[in-house]
Write a protein that binds this ligand. Sequence first.
Ligand SMILES: [Zn+2]
Length: 540
Amino acid sequence: MNKYIIFFLLQCATTLLIGQYVSNVSLPDKNKPVVKDNTDLSYRYAHSIEASSLRDHLRILASDSLEGRETGQLGMELAADYIIKTIRNMGVMRFPACPDYYQSIEFTYSKWLDNDIHVNKERFRYMWDYLAFTGKNESKSLVVANEIVFLGYGIDDPKYSDYKKMDVEDKVIMINRGEPLKKDGKSYITGDTLLSVWSDKDLDKKLLTAKSKGVKLVLIIENDIKKMFEENRSKLLGTQLELGNTKNNIFQYPNHVFISSTIAKSIIGQNEEKILKARKKMEKGKAESVVLPSELIINLTKDVKVLEGKNVIGYMPGKSKKDEYIIVSAHYDHLGKRGDDVFNGADDNGSGSSTLLEMAQACQQAVMEGNRPERSIVFIWFCGEEKGLLGSEYFTNFPVFPLNQTMVNVNVDMVGRIDEKYKDNPDYIYVIGSDRLSSELHKINEDVNQKYTQLTLDYTYNAEEDPNKFYYRSDHYNFAKNGIPIIFYFNGTHPDYHRPTDDIEKINFDTMASRGKLIFHTVWELANRADRIVVDKIIK
Ligand SMILES: [Zn+2]
């Protein structure tokens, strides 16, 4: 049994023993020769993926004139036009359901126009002292109140209720997260250390209850507003997008704002004694609310528009297994402009979008030479990724062919840079998710890499316990969620990630080309192998 197979079996054994999924660094056997034979179709067409062409595409996609390619904005339109024109000129087909090479998506865009808070004439700053999500709040200018009701935890449960005897109709209430706990940490509601739904991070139950009681505005005391900001940075900065036209939707929650303890103190003012007394009672499982005379002026005015997004789709029908699809994807949207700063997103994800263009031309060359792959290949450039994987969510909800005919999704997001770990050895790529649903997929990628490209395959970010959670953070995840095997190629992060400095000058095109070749070899094998890969693992 050759060294490589022993090594591979060891890898599986370790995976089974240590973690759910492979998480080591896989080094190819460099003693073995690399295939460089033009009669090998996979080699011949992969070879047409060139650094110079990648550069030509990226020069356009990452240029200032594309304004950072924000979904629904002019920059996205220009990028979509470029990709469509390029694949059309290659002779790539359109999908019957997408006559113009794209799937149109309706988005509701919302952005704060004006938002500030004054408490007792003191002004507090958005993002520093408080946070509010445009998608969850109605546009309301100038809400004024002269008293605020401190309503404990905002809970209304048979076991404990802050609403008992309280009329909060059309009032502003201020509440804590969580629920009342005994000294031993057990909840007064569950009687156990396991907390109730009232402590859910999304506050769903508390906000729905406040709505049902006719509350005008909910102020939620957030102990670590800075941490909350960091965790929701992309949602809070810039514009928010939601799938569909939600412009006239009725909001399920009352308007609600997360306030820092600084604002809470200012609202409490001279009534600290009363609040402390109330908190003491709450610790004993007895609800106690306090009416606080305090002048609050809050302005939450939004700009709301319905915009169009585009998933660009190129289609290559298979020769013999037309109803089995390989979806090769890369998001082409990025963060747009902030003031004068253009977030060009050369690596994120101009590199993946350009790689897909080069792979499409390689496949089209095969078609033109009469070597059409057996299975159908669909290239998708998703929009809305930076807004929460929205473009791929829309596609998996409204696929242009039955989703269960998708054999695999190959997702490419950030493949143009070298991260700190590999600065002295750029021939690497992080591979994520390849062994999560299909062990065959994982082996295929390993095998073609050994045979053709011999890159270092690093599975560090594939570990279930990896804190970065990259497996959940790009478009493949919407396919994995549907039980479709996925493989995600990624070069790791770098100091320019999500900064205006993610520019073309920092891209390593030779490494990008060799990664493109590896991805192509995997796609070619998947598209031509006899059997459909099987899902032999259950998604966790
Ligand atoms: Zn990205």
